[in-house]
Design a protein around this ligand. Structure first.
Ligand code: NAD
Length: 257
């Protein structure tokens, strides 16, 4: 289990305004970390941070926007403190008309936007973090990226653009792990399976369809946001200091290696 952090490390959780990111923000706060909830939906980021209370804060950011990401890190480091933990949860699955777009019909815009949020966003946030820790390091630095079981299996419900973008994250996190290792910073990927959020529900047509999805999961249920947040809490804990460049599956046995 995660160690209760006594050092009040500062964590930035992108995509923290709802779903898995919100659960991570809540569990990290419960573990004693100070949390910056960052989301393109600023109202949701503020809602989550306000419900956590002081010293947690909400910020609006589009992770695909280089200037916005760099400004966010400048402002946080100046007014809140050095970021020890970065959790890149912000993600986007584009299903035009609610349907999985086939490659033969896929627009360049769908492809580019999928990579902009899922991949470029992870790069921009982690680059901003690494630049600042190279200049002034902090103890127990941690980066957690979000991939997907879709990248491991080829995906049944998501799109090729999303699968390609998440596959890039799986590889990028290993490169990041090598380049951050001299600072004692670890870098790992969480690959969620089927987790009950608005993103998953956008891929199924009814709650009956969600129940039938669960039949293919050995543990017999779709995962919860707290299942995923618990794994993140462990990865960012001081106890996980020797785990880096890894992919942690949180999928109820949906994919076993
Ligand atoms: N739910 C699943 O079954 C599942 C499975 C595998 C991987 N994932 C991944 O887990 C992560 C969380 O998924 P979720 O189900 O909670 O998704 P979600 O859609 O419920 O939440 C995503 C959050 O990211 C934010 N976001 C989107 N674009 C952004 C941007 N450009 N900048 C900043 N914030 C942005 C959204 O506003 C939202 O708050 C994502 O990276 C997703 O791809 C989810």
């Amino acid at each position: 289990m995660a160690n209760k952090a006594s050092d009040g490390r500062l964590a930035v959780v992108t995509g923290g305004g709802r779903g898995i990111g919100e659960a991570i923000a809540r569990q990290l706060a419960a573990q004693g970390l100070r949390v910056v909830v960052a989301d393109i939906d600023g109202a949701n980021a503020t809602r989550v941070a306000d419900s956590l209370g002081s010293p947690h804060v909400g910020r609006t950011v589009d992770v695909a926007d280089e200037r916005a990401v760099d400004s966010l890190f400048d402002e946080i480091e100046e007014s809140v403190g050095p970021v020890a933990v970065l959790v890149c949860v912000a993600g986007l699955l584009i299903l035009p008309g609610g349907e999985r777009p086939m490659i033969k019909d896929m627009t360049l815009d769908t492809w580019e936007r999928s990579f902009a949020v899922n991949t470029r966003g992870a790069f921009l946030c982690s680059r901003a973090y690494l630049q600042r820790r190279e200049a002034a390091n902090v103890e127990h630095g941690r980066v957690v990226f979000f991939g997907s079981v879709a990248a491991q299996l080829g995906g049944y419900r998501s799109s090729a653009a999303y699968i390609g973008a998440k596959s890039a994250v799986h590889g990028y996190a290993k490169a990041f792990a090598r380049e951050a290792a001299h600072l004692g910073i670890t870098s790992n990927v969480i690959a969620p399976g089927l987790i009950d959020t608005e993103m998953l529900r956008s891929t199924v047509t009814s709650s009956g369809a969600l129940a039938s999805v669960a039949q293919n999961i050995p543990l017999g249920r779709v995962g919860s946001v707290d299942d995923v947040a618990a794994a993140v809490c462990y990865l960012v804990s001081p106890a996980a200091s020797y785990i880096t460049g890894d992919v942690i599956d949180v999928n109820g046995g949906y994919r076993m290696q």
